[in-house]
Ligand binder design. Structure first.
Ligand code: HEM
Length: 125
């Protein structure tokens, strides 16, 4: 991991974010706590996540350019996000990062950065 580069560049840019999203959603869909929350046609969600993570990791601001302020907690309010679901989401992301070959140091750093938002989105006991 090169600490003077963004997460986006450490991962390897657009291609890596695409791979990450492709690895992540099958795990989300297969997870008993997460799968039922998502629509059968997962492609539009994958595209939005690609746009969001590009920006969240320090790459181009694709999500805001298309949809305005992310307001991610508000966008999750229609869904019952529990602590267990936040943990499951992070576990799927950890697995996906491993699958695309991200080393442990960078992986731990990324999961740490995503943990804040994930637990902040919890809206249901
Ligand atoms: C904490 C556990 C989480 C759960 C249970 C969850 C669940 C969901 C669900 C059900 C959707 C809507 C799918 C649809 O369009 O029908 C969604 C959308 C989305 N989630 Fe999450 N999510 C979680 C955490 C996160 C985190 C940590 C991030 C990024 C930091 C994130 C980013 C997004 C994005 C970018 C969208 C698309 C938003 C849009 O439609 O504009 N989610 N999520």
């Amino acid at each position: 991991m090169n600490p003077s580069l963004s997460i986006y560049d450490n991962l390897g840019g657009e291609k890596a974010i695409r791979q990450l999203v492709e690895a992540f959603y099958p795990k989300v869909q297969a997870n008993p706590l997460l799968g039922p929350l998502f629509p059968e046609d997962i492609r539009p969600v994958m595209e939005k996540q690609f746009m969001f993570l590009s920006q969240f990791f320090g790459g181009p601001s694709l999500f805001s350019d298309a949809f305005g302020h992310p307001m991610m907690r508000a966008r999750h309010l229609p869904f019952p996000v529990t602590r267990e679901r936040a943990e499951a989401w992070l576990a799927c992301m950890t697995e996906a990062l491993g699958e695309i070959g991200v080393d442990n140091e960078l992986k731990d750093f990324i999961i740490q950065r995503l943990s804040g938002p994930a637990f902040h989105f919890v809206n249901t006991p």
